[in-house]
Design a protein around this ligand. Sequence first.
Ligand code: K1U
Ligand code: ZN
Length: 184
Amino acid sequence: MSLLDIHVLGSPILRKETRPVVEFDDSLRSLIDDMFETMYAAKGIGLAAPQVGRLERLAVLDVDDNPFVIVNPEIVEAEGTVKGEEGCLSIPEIYADVERSSRVIVTALDREGKAFTIEATDLRSRCLQHEIDHLHGKLFIDYLSVLKRRSALAKWEGMRKDYPALIRNLALETEGEHHHDGEL
Ligand code: K1U
Ligand code: ZN
């Protein structure tokens, strides 16, 4: 397995539409394994393919010690709204409240291409919506008010010199170097 570089805000691939996966082979499963390893190394609860520079329509998640991969996911039902804090491994150290559907039903394929359905609430629902957004080129900052978005982008401008190639190399990031500075 290998750690993958994570693309950060400004990298054009984060704004691209992904392509449905049609072949469930060992190279796909190896990408999935690498994405899990990278998500855990980055201390995230989700990671979508564009974040590691790939356009396969898939994401990995692990909320409350329940790891799973969603390939070609679709939200087939959504209800209610709830505000909650979000972060993004591609926009390190920026956190903000985002309004999302409170409960979603998602259909997807697993690593073997077998269809499954997941019903989710709370953080798992939020994370599913955040990851599926990534698969359509959308980022959580897109939902912020003009003022909060401006403030998030101003903070990011001060940090982007840390990522001259617009990628995070997790192997080079030292423990405790980045910390949560509080909500916007
Ligand atoms: O896709 C990503 O960038 C991963 C992202 C997923 C996510 C976190 C929070 C809400 C929705 C989606 C992260 O894992 S950010 C780091 C994190 O673990 C976290 C941040 C804020 C709240 C809860 C968890
Ligand atoms: Zn994200």
